[in-house]
Design a protein around this ligand. Structure first.
Ligand code: COA
Length: 389
């Protein structure tokens, strides 16, 4: 297998983007990623992957890869739209990684996109419900907020975590997002703000939740040996793991509080990278709800099972702490245009490892991890990246 590098990244402004169409949003992030390389143009790239969950529902636009290729003037040898709900983007990156690693192509553009704000929050949630099992879950009210609220209640029962401790995760991520120019919410909040925000599904309040968002992210990958031709500070993808629980239905999960698919995806990524959790300098996780980030600390091995709440209290996951988590602001503050999230995580870690994140920079970061999930935490994708020497 050939080593693979990130040689260009680009993100649009996230939030409400009524000024552009879905394809225009993708072109915006793609052109930023090309401008981030020394010389690559869309016509040079051999493969195009589009991470997108629901363009049919939100835009009535099927086949977005075809449309975007034309807007970009591309004629790729390999092209695919990748749909894995909230983890569509990172599965797109993983496909591009293996296409280059295997020698099938010498360059790939991965675009992640979702444009969710042209409908009401209620309609957006109705669309998001479609990714759960219609017969056994969403029909009975098991939708993303209630599903993660169930997980939070179970965690409270098994290990004990307070709503204040969960709120601290939202406070940290808003503090980081306030320093990220593309973030949807650039506003710091307090624990009291979180506790006093409207209840969505007990014990999760509005400020425990990621928002409904528009946004796109792009990364360009190339073989590591050629990477310096395109970028002076390439970042190598040195580990990749993906895993699914035997059932997508949360009532069949072995445990609601230990996500077996995450443990396995992380294990594969660590094993490919020949690294362990203590080697990481930064992590971007899928904090769709505050409880998710807490469980992710434990299942990624940043602390032992049941010690997530103590890790929150210690402040070690803050920028400047032992292991900063979600320096971008995470899904909570940066936003969660679902198909774009996994690609944006790769972009953030790449920029961090290049030392280009300004006020939210984690000093001296050389190794970083991304983790992206879908369903009721039943499917996970992890990547490990390292700055090329
Ligand atoms: N975080 C911070 N602020 C938020 C927010 C969030 N998640 N969601 C909305 N807001 C703000 C809005 O900007 C608005 O502020 P303003 O009054 O100053 O303009 C206010 O809260 C009300 O916004 P509104 O859009 O009316 O909220 P809503 O009640 O319709 O929706 C949620 C709020 C939390 C229910 C909605 O964002 C949601 O469903 N989130 C979960 C998305 C999800 O499940 N994604 C998949 C995860 S796997």
């Amino acid at each position: 297998m050939r080593a693979v590098s990130v040689v260009g990244v680009g993100l649009t402004q996230w939030g409400k983007r009524r000024d552009v169409s879905l394809a225009e949003l993708m072109v915006e992030s793609a052109m930023k990623a090309f401008a981030d390389t020394k010389s690559l143009t869309p016509q040079d790239v051999e493969a195009l992957y589009i991470g997108n969950a629901q363009a049919e529902r939100f835009q009535e636009q099927a086949h977005p890869a075809n449309v975007t290729a034309e807007y970009l003037g591309m004629s790729p040898r390999v092209v695919a739209r990748v749909e894995m709900a909230c983890s569509s983007g990172s599965v797109g990156v993983r496909n591009a990684f293996f296409a280059i690693a295997s020698g099938q192509v010498d360059s790939a553009l991965v675009l992640g996109v979702e444009k969710m704000c042209n409908v009401s929050s209620a309609e957006a949630m109705r669309n998001l419900c479609l990714v759960e099992d219609l017969t056994w879950e969403s029909f009975h009210g098991m939708i993303p907020p209630s599903g993660f609220a169930l997980i939070a209640s179970r965690y409270m029962h098994e290990y004990g975590v307070t709503q204040e401790q969960l709120a601290k995760i939202a406070v940290k991520n808003h503090r980081n997002g306030a320093k990220n120019p593309i973030a949807q919410f650039r506003k710091e909040i307090t624990v009291e703000d979180v506790l006093n925000s409207p209840m969505v599904a007990h014990p999760l309040n509005l400020l425990d939740c990621s928002p409904i968002s528009d946004g796109s992210a792009a990364v360009i990958l190339a073989p590591a040996k050629q990477a310096r031709k395109y970028n002076d500070t390439p970042v190598d993808i040195i580990g990749s793991g993906q895993f699914m629980e035997p059932s997508c239905n949360c009532s069949n999960m072995e445990s609601l509080t230990t996500w077996r698919a995450l443990v396995n995806a992380a294990k594969d990524a660590y094993s490919m990278a020949k690294l362990s959790p203590s080697d990481l300098d930064i992590v971007e996780t899928h904090d769709c709800f505050t409880i998710a980030e807490l469980i992710e600390y434990e299942d990624l091995g940043l602390c032992k099972k049941g010690e997530g709440p103590a890790l929150v209290d210690s402040g070690e996951t803050e920028i400047g702490g032992r292991i900063p988590v979600n320096p971008s602001g995470g899904l909570k503050s940066k936003g969660h245009p679902v198909g774009a999230t996994g690609v944006a995580q790769i972009a953030e870690v790449s920029e961090q490892l290049r030392g280009e994140c300004g006020p939210r920079q984690v000093d001296g970061a050389t190794v970083g991890m991304t983790q992206n999930l879908s369903g009721f935490a039943t499917h996970h994708v992890c990547h490990i990246l390292r700055r090329q020497n």
